[in-house]
Design a protein around this ligand. Structure first.
Ligand code: SDX
Length: 431
């Protein structure tokens, strides 16, 4: 270990260990504990990974204290204002903003992969119409490995690339098909003359009986929502994708695992849960009742769309989403949307309450997104599928980074075992 290498000294029992410390480009130093068990005979203990760096990455950085989110160094508020989703996809995948030619080529490649194998249409028919679209998406995305055999070999960089493009291109088509199937309407094929967000809106809302013109306000709002959800460091679903990928599972199976994890209300399911909560509150005068419930230790109720494992300040995405909600509802002429009024008053009440201030609980990305999506015509059941289709590029980028890492090995955590010590079997007549 070079004498300039920072180290952490750890002494316990008869052990004296010196562990390397690495300094990142930004964020806290890390202590390398990979030799801890071999040299010290002990594990670390960190349920929920509150103090654990599971990997090194160059893709996304979050400063929870400042409320900062960078994608390859670019702040999310600048990307939301000046870029668009497919350009952010390029940035996340390849590390730099594309030239005009590179962007045109990338958008062309994605556009030409938006259709799904025609036989996948039958796959949907096996689901009940009232299945949650997330259930359909987990199933259909996992089944993609049964259709695209030429992009399963993860050791082949070309196949990894094709699988990445296919998933970014096809997830909107699959999400729209899940929606159409749930409302008993025919599937709408993608169109190559539409941009990514417009294509998705048309596949969701067009019907064969009449022409469908995409509203540019909705398309811009949709694209911004996709940009805001694209990636977010090592969150639960991204960690799920990395762990699944560490076993060598094919990329479609890994993304299906990420979709399954995202579904939970503590994670990507919070946008649906948040809008349902705002509707349950119903009016501004009921806000104190729900604030009290959120603070009551004996009540499992939590304010959906509030709090975050990393952000102990405003989630910068929530700030952009709130501005977008105002714009979209105003432009759509949805004045005085009661749900938006409840959301704004609830945010104000919570931020002025010592409980939330002490615990550093602020609105997160899910607090306002549902209001916009509902105003755009989506049912709450489609909120998390939209989060999933947006996050696919983040999952894929992190998966590619992991697969390309020469240090990569299968993830296999250990445990603090507190079960029974070894004991002999007891025959049933002696129990
Ligand atoms: C996403 O990780 C990511 O990056 C995720 C995400 C992404 O882009 O991938 O940002 C997307 O998942 C955003 C979060 C969406 N979830 C919700 O809005 C659900 C409501 N929020 C909570 O469930 C909670 O805040 C979490 C799950 C988001 C974070 O939980 P932590 O970090 O495990 O924090 P915690 O549960 O330990 O809470 C700390 C304290 C607790 O009180 P004490 O036990 O210390 O007394 O704060 C309280 C909690 O009870 N608390 C809340 C609360 N969130 C935390 N109290 C009321 N309402 C809340 N929303």
């Amino acid at each position: 270990m070079s004498d300039t290498q920072k180290t952490a000294k750890l002494s316990f029992g008869d052990k004296e260990l010196e562990l390397p410390i690495y300094s990142p480009t930004a964020g806290p130093d890390v202590i390398d504990i990979r030799r801890l068990y071999a040299d010290g005979g002990v594990f670390t203990y960190d349920p929920g990974f509150t103090s654990t760096a599971s990997c090194d990455s160059t893709i996304t950085f979050i400063d929870g204290g400042k409320g900062e989110l960078l994608h390859r160094g670019y702040p999310i508020d600048q990307l939301a204002e000046k870029s668009h989703y497919l350009e952010v996809c390029y940035l996340l995948l390849y590390g730099e903003l594309p030239s005009a030619t590179e962007l045109e080529d990338f958008e062309g490649r994605v556009t030409r992969h938006t259709m799904v194998h025609e036989q996948m249409h039958n796959f949907f028919r096996g689901f009940r119409r009232d299945a949650h679209p997330m259930a359909t998406m987990v199933g259909v995305v996992g089944a993609m490995s049964a259709f695209y055999h030429d992009s399963l070999d993860i050791s082949d960089p070309d196949q990894r690339e094709v699988a990445s493009i296919r998933m970014i291109a096809k997830l909107p088509t699959i999400a729209a098909m899940a929606y159409k199937y749930s409302i008993g309407q025919p599937f709408v094929y993608p169109r190559n003359d539409l941009d990514y967000a417009s294509n998705f809106l048309r596949m969701c809302f067009a019907v064969p009986a009449e022409d469908y013109e995409v509203n540019p306000i909705l398309s811009r709002a949709m694209d911004r929502i996709l940009t805001l959800h694209a990636d977010h460091e090592q969150n639960a679903s991204t960690s799920t994708v990395r762990l699944a990928g560490s076993s060598g599972a094919n990329p479609f199976a890994c993304i299906a695992a990420g979709i399954a994890c995202l579904w939970g209300p503590a994670h990507g399911g919070a946008n649906q849960a948040c809008l349902e909560m705002l509707k349950e509150i119903g009016s501004v005068d009921r806000i104190p009742e729900y604030i009290a419930r959120a603070k009551d230790k004996d009540d499992p109720f939590r304010l959906m769309g509030f709090g975050h494992r990393v952000y102990k300040n405003f989630d910068p995405r929530a700030t952009v989403m709130k501005q977008s909600a105002d714009e979209v509802l105003d432009l759509l002429g949805v004045e005085n949307n009661p749900v938006l009024q409840v959301a704004k008053e609830l945010e104000k009440a919570a931020l002025n309450d010592p409980y939330f201030a002490e615990k550093k609980l602020f609105p997160n990305v899910d607090f306002y997104s549902g209001i916009i999506l509902e105003a755009m015509g989506f049912p709450t059941s489609m909120f998390t599928p939209i989060f999933a289709l947006s996050r696919t590029v983040g999952w894929i980028s992190q998966w590619k980074e992991m697969i390309g890492d020469p240090q990569q090995k299968i993830g296999r955590p250990r445990q603090l075992y507190q079960g029974e010590s070894a004991r002999d079997y007891v025959d049933v007549e002696k129990r």
